[in-house]
Design a protein around this ligand. Structure first.
Ligand SMILES: Cc1cc2nc3c(=O)[nH]c(=O)nc-3n(C[C@H](O)[C@H](O)[C@H](O)COP(=O)(O)O)c2cc1C
Length: 212
């Protein structure tokens, strides 16, 4: 079936996505529509050997607030110890004040099984899983912004205790989530102010070669 959008339209849509930190805890997009977008991404996003290791969770409402309260309480002392609390505090508080999050996990047992099934590429699978997760992330991020929300991608799972807190709020059972690795999470909400512009990029003379 030929696509009814062209590359110019696709790239224009993709280029609209930005990191938006100024969010509110409201959403002009319904919960149902947000879930539908995430379902649609899961229905077509690629993965290495189609292994489908992605597990996603949409965290909304009171559960989202409770998750952020617990993250801030646990991360505060650790970030203070590392001397980055003053920088991180407004980001964390901004995240708490967003309307919801999409959590991006990878199921490690699926990755182990793929290693067994495709032995010649076995050493590549944790990287390949990261790539596939990134593809799910950019698709959800872009689609939510095209629908009218702002969003930002976070990696607070650098702090192990925070990963556990996020897992506990994911809606997956403890037995399921223990098999998962959190890769990223995307906060979203209504945007405050104007949509950010593309940040400065390196010259193409540095980042691209074309050879014939
Ligand atoms: C792989 C990846 C990881 C990122 N991790 C974080 C993060 O942990 N926290 C954060 O605030 N932004 C994070 N970002 C957002 C980047 O800082 C942002 O994409 C970059 O500055 C370019 O701005 P743009 O998103 O508006 O294009 C991440 C982006 C990517 C692609």
């Amino acid at each position: 079936m030929p696509s009814n959008i062209n590359a110019r339209q696709f790239l224009k849509a993709a280029a609209y996505r930005r990191t938006c930190y100024a969010l509110t805890n409201t959403s002009k997009v319904s919960d149902e529509r947000i879930v539908e977008i995430v379902q649609e991404v899961l229905s077509f996003a690629p993965s290495s050997y189609n292994m489908q290791s992605a597990r996603l969770s949409v965290v909304l409402g009171k559960n989202h607030e409770a998750m952020w309260d617990a993250i801030i309480e646990a991360a505060g002392p650790i970030l203070k110890e590392f001397g980055v609390w003053d920088t991180m505090k407004p980001i964390l508080e901004g995240s708490r004040n967003s309307s919801g999050s999409v959590l991006f996990f990878e199921k490690e047992t699926t990755i182990h099984a793929a290693r067994e099934a495709h032995k010649s590429a076995a050493h590549m699978f944790s990287e390949l899983s990261d790539h596939a997760s990134g593809m799910h992330q950019i698709l959800v991020w872009t689609a939510l912004e095209l629908e009218g929300l702002g969003a930002n991608l976070q990696h607070l799972n650098t702090i192990p205790v925070v990963e556990d807190i996020i897992k506990n709020h994911s809606g997956f059972s403890p037995d399921e989530v223990t098999l998962f690795k959190l890769k990223a999470h995307l906060n979203f909400g209504d945007e405050v102010g104007t949509h950010p512009t593309v940040p400065a990029k390196l010259a193409l003379s540095e980042t691209l070669r074309v050879v014939k």
